[in-house]
Write a new protein. Structure first.
Length: 141
């Protein structure tokens, strides 16, 4: 039986989208992966670009609001920013909650190459986190 995992962030534009991309690959076939925000900011084009560099296609993703998923029973809820952890609604059942806050690359200011480098750094941190999480959840990849 497939389990459900939800990744939450503030706007479901960067960090949760990146984690969604990695975990969708790493946790199959054991988990169905969803991502959402406590707000919706649209998927950040830079997140799409840096994930494409690593072979993950987010071009069909869209920003989802947490309210879209209140009817789903989740086995695992992952918050990737402190805002989402503090604002996460109650989900019934035996839910495993995991928190790891990542810097928000969308807030970085500077030249384009500097901004893209921060996006790559956050992407790599999220990838390492997801790899460790897939091992913790006993999913071979």
């Amino acid at each position: 039986m497939m389990k459900n995992v939800l990744i939450l962030c503030t706007g479901n534009s960067c960090r949760s989208q990146m984690a969604h991309g990695y975990l969708s690959v790493m946790l199959l076939p054991a988990y169905q992966v969803y991502s959402a925000g406590i707000e919706t900011h649209g998927v950040n084009w830079r997140a799409v670009a840096v994930m494409k560099e690593d072979g993950i296609d987010l071009s069909s993703h869209r920003s989802h609001h947490i309210s879209e998923y209140l009817h789903i029973l989740f086995d695992v809820i992952i918050t990737v920013c402190d805002d989402a952890r503090e604002s996460c609604p109650f989900f019934p059942g035996d839910v495993v909650r995991i928190h790891r806050s990542f810097a928000d690359p969308a807030r970085v200011e500077g030249g384009e190459e500097e901004i893209m480098e921060i996006f790559r750094q956050v992407r790599d941190e999220i990838k390492a986190f997801c790899e460790g999480l897939s091992i913790k959840l006993n999913v071979a990849h």
